[in-house]
Design a binder for this molecule. Structure first.
Ligand code: ADP
Length: 420
């Protein structure tokens, strides 16, 4: 239980620290992108205005001859490129030495429609390498105000793309490493936090375990005395009442003892082969006086021999808990149906009653420790809410499953599935 709390704490610490790291790194990344993007866009815009001014000036001076300047721009440099077109004719350019790239860019510029002063993202594959560009365009006008050409400016955005990718990879590595560290720190902090609780919890468990163990002997002695009085028929009403109380206390102490043991991880089932049908018959026999008292008819539907490999004592306790509940929560003159089935790879124990049933909300909680459905009602029946939590532990220790199906006022059916 404490280990579970510790695990949950570690998970929470780690999740919180990871979330914080993610927020910090995403925030930094967002700001970095905003700043860089703004500076690239501003530069591109200034550059475009300058180029347009230059192009208009050279057109005025009728300098129409082709003027190409090539630079050996490498993909990792944030170079700028320019293309001036008169109609579809290139009249001036400042382009990459990579002819294939320049050709592809020109084709793109002439074939697509671009709006003025808007930033476009273009990517071009040349010699199996992808270039990313930011592109802007502005029209050229003659003296009558007619559009006669276009000026394009481009900025190589590939380094920015690559650095973003590197940033993301780097961030993920850092976050994974820091999450690992957070997990270690979380484990340490959680370990410290639960250490004191563990000490107190251990003391409490030992106390419960010792007390319930110590109580067993005087209770058995008391029971023996009461049974003696019962035989001698001395004050039968009082002795029956006393016997019931002693039996209730014995049940409670043994449940507490088993729970304390399970918390100490001491509920190791001792597997042995035994006949479940015979054991169930014996338990039903022990319950006979109570069945008779409540006029309950009990039907056992089981093969003569059903050998299972399990811890006999724990399974006996499980049957006691389930049958005892069926008796407690079933009114007089009703039926309790017990069925044992052997299937290919599982054994099934089914205990069905025609009792008060359990509401859907309560069904989700009845296997929790000290949970009682409609508390006052169960208290009248003498329960403390420990039986089913112990039943659940016993079944889980056998790697099985316990389930309930119930309809209020109609009855409940508990199914225990044990793997073979
Ligand atoms: P208790 O000792 O109170 O019976 P359990 O853990 O055995 O504790 O059961 C938890 C609660 O589940 C009970 O208080 C009761 O409300 C409900 N419950 C268990 N078995 C039945 C049943 N067969 N029919 C109706 N209610 C049941």
């Amino acid at each position: 239980m404490i280990e579970n709390i510790k695990k949950k704490l570690v998970h929470k610490y780690t999740a919180v620290i990871t979330a914080m790291l993610l927020i910090v790194f995403s925030g930094c990344y967002y700001m970095y992108r905003q700043i860089i993007t703004k500076s690239i866009n501003d530069t591109l815009n200034d550059y475009l205005q300058e180029e347009v001014w230059e192009a208009q000036a050279s057109l005025k001076m009728n300098q129409n001859e082709l003027h190409i300047r090539q630079n050996d721009a490498d993909i990792n440099a944030m170079n700028h490129f320019t293309f001036w077109f008169l109609g579809d004719k290139l009249i001036s350019s400042e382009e990459s030495i990579n002819q294939d790239l320049s050709q592809k860019l020109q084709q793109r510029m002439l074939s697509k429609h671009y709006r003025e002063n808007t930033i476009y993202y273009e990517n071009v594959k040349s010699n199996k390498v992808k270039w990313y560009f930011k592109m802007m365009m502005k029209n050229l006008y003659n003296t009558d105000g007619r559009i006669i050409g276009k000026v394009f400016v481009l900025a190589n955005n590939t380094p920015m793309k690559r650095s973003s990718k590197q940033y993301i990879i780097f961030t993920l590595i850092i976050i994974s490493a820091l999450t690992g560290l957070a997990w270690l720190v979380g484990s340490y902090l959680a370990g410290r936090a639960v250490k004191q609780i563990n000490i107190i919890f251990d003391k409490q468990k030992r106390f419960v375990s010792d007390a319930s163990h110590e109580l067993r002997t005087p209770l058995s002695v008391l029971l023996a005395y009461v049974e003696l009085l019962e035989k001698q028929k001395i004050a039968p009403d009082i002795t029956t009442e006393m016997k019931n109380e002693i039996l209730g206390m014995s049940k409670l102490t043994s449940n507490l003892l088993e729970l304390a043991r399970s918390d100490n991880n001491r509920l190791h089932p001792e597997y042995q082969e035994f006949n479940l049908t015979a054991q169930t018959r014996k338990i039903i026999g022990n319950f006979q006086p109570v069945f008779e008292q409540k006029k309950l008819s009990v039907i056992l539907d089981a093969p003569d021999e059903l050998f299972i490999n399990a811890d006999g004592n724990l399974i006996k306790q499980l049957l006691y808990i389930l049958i005892d509940n069926a008796v407690k929560y079933t009114p007089e003159n009703k039926k309790i149906h017990i069925s044992l089935q052997q299937q290919k790879n599982k054994n099934i124990i089914l205990i069905r009653d025609e009792g008060i049933g359990i509401s859907e909300t309560d069904q989700k909680h009845i296997f929790e420790r000290f949970y009682r459905a409609e508390k006052s009602r169960s208290r009248n029946a003498g329960g403390l809410g420990l039986g089913l939590s112990l039943a659940d532990i016993i079944v889980k220790e056998h790697k099985g499953l316990i389930e309930v199906k119930s309809t209020p006022e109609q009855g409940s059916c508990f199914t225990v599935t044990l793997p073979r």
